[in-house]
Design a protein around this ligand. Structure first.
Ligand SMILES: Nc1ncnc2c1ncn2[C@@H]1O[C@H](COP(=O)(O)OP(=O)(O)OP(=O)(O)O)[C@@H](O)[C@H]1O
Length: 389
């Protein structure tokens, strides 16, 4: 599934073509705090792409980012940016953060409160000795790009959280760094501002062609922004791929659950068949026996990860893939009773009690099925997943 480069050798051994493709290469990165940190992380990011480190709190995302920034010194591994060695624990190479050509955006904005918006954004240019005449147009261009033209004279305290984060973004990008690092930049914002700042980050990163590493525990942010996602758990990388690959082929239940709302139905992997998809790839399909109150029913799903016949497995149905119909229904379906209906602006959110589980369904239907109705919930077999428990 990986289309990125894993380079195990030294800089001299890394093939030139690979170095060209991978703008950032991280190999065997380890920072051991005893009880936490990051272990043996290997991943790479192509030029102009955005990679997200996704995982629950404490899984090592920030530690990894700090090692990339040079704020943290790893115990083992290498970090190479644009072919240049930033860190090699083995060779005792460790470039200071200011020597790395990296821009950073933090959850806390980290603006200088006593400086104006203009001076905050101008700061990295002044640090690098830019001429005063060159500073004004660059700062104004950046403020324009983040939608803050006309606010350059204000102090950070006179701005909303979203505006402050835009200033931080402008400051990080004003000297066009080779790499942009973002650590949970939306966490302090309310839902509406989060959405608009997220869009701006995506647009700017694409328009400026910046290579970026983004840290979050929010799967929606990761799915919407990323070219690739690296999933972390307990300090280790457990899977990486494009958002579509991870959704379609999660390697474990942990990854499937992390990537969004899931309904889990327990069963036993009873039969296996294979079928070819439209691209001619052979897929494993499982028949899963689920024990309902009135007997066993067999449901079908694509096999993801390492699940094997005879094992207890989890059948994963995603709420957006399901259909609720009144009465009986043939196919890959479970009977149940509508327990709750929430009508949202674009979706109806059902909870259906199927005896062995409560199933959430996000449906587009305009005339919702009322609470108490006997229904069937169905899922196309190629949308359902069979994963080891
Ligand atoms: N300076 C440190 N000293 C000791 N342990 C640390 C230090 N920094 C982080 N840790 C531990 O390392 C683990 C990973 O921390 P890290 O901040 O990288 O996680 P995270 O995935 O970014 O979490 P969050 O989403 O909560 O920010 C945690 O168990 C944390 O307690």
């Amino acid at each position: 599934m990986t289309d990125h480069v894993r380079t195990a050798g030294t800089e001299a051994e890394a093939p030139a073509k690979h170095r060209e493709e991978s703008h950032l290469e991280v190999t065997g990165l380890t920072r051991d705090y005893g009880d936490g940190g990051v272990r043996d992380a290997t991943f790479s990011v192509r030029r102009g792409q955005l990679l997200t480190l996704l995982g629950p709190s404490g899984c090592g995302k920030t530690t990894t980012l700090r090692c990339l920034a040079g704020i943290e010194v790893p115990d083992a591994g290498t970090v190479r940016l644009g072919g240049r060695l930033m860190t090699s624990a083995e060779r005792r190479v460790h470039l200071r953060p200011s020597k790395r050509d990296i821009g950073m955006v933090f959850q806390s904005y980290a603006l200088w409160p006593h400086l104006s918006v203009f001076e905050n954004v101008a700061f990295p240019l002044r640090m690098r000795g830019a001429k005063t005449a060159a500073i004004r147009p660059r700062v104004e261009e950046m403020l324009n790009l983040v939608g803050l033209d006309g606010m350059s004279g204000r102090q950070p305290g006179q701005l909303s959280g979203g505006q402050q984060q835009r200033v931080a973004l402008a400051r990080a990008l004003v000297y066009r760094p080779g790499l942009l690092l973002l650590d949970e930049p939306l966490s302090n914002l309310d839902a509406a501002r989060r959405d608009s700042v997220r869009r701006d980050i995506g647009r700017l990163q694409r328009e400026l062609g910046i290579t970026a590493v983004y840290v979050t525990h929010d799967q929606d942010e990761a799915m919407m922004l990323s070219d690739r996602i690296v999933v972390m758990r307990d300090g280790r990388i457990v899977q990486d791929g494009t958002p579509a690959q991870l959704l379609a082929e999660p390697a474990s239940l942990f990854v499937a659950k992390l990537l969004g709302q899931t309904n889990i139905i327990e069963g036993v992997f009873a039969t296996e068949t294979t079928e070819s998809d439209v691209d001619g790839r052979v897929r494993r399909m499982a028949g899963i026996d689920v024990a309902l109150p009135h007997g066993v029913t067999r449901l079908f799903a694509r096999v993801a990860g390492e699940a094997k016949v005879g094992e207890p497995v989890s059948l994963v149905w995603r709420p957006g893939d399901l259909l609720v119909e009144e009465g009986e229904s043939a196919g890959n379906a479970l009977p149940g009773t509508v327990e709750d209906v929430r009508i949202g602006s674009s979706l109806t959110d059902y909870t259906v009690d199927v005896g062995v589980a409560r199933i959430r369904v996000f449906a587009l239907g305009k005339a919702p099925v009322p609470v108490g109705t006997r229904v069937t919930v169905s899922c196309a077999a190629d949308r359902a997943l069979c994963l080891s428990r």
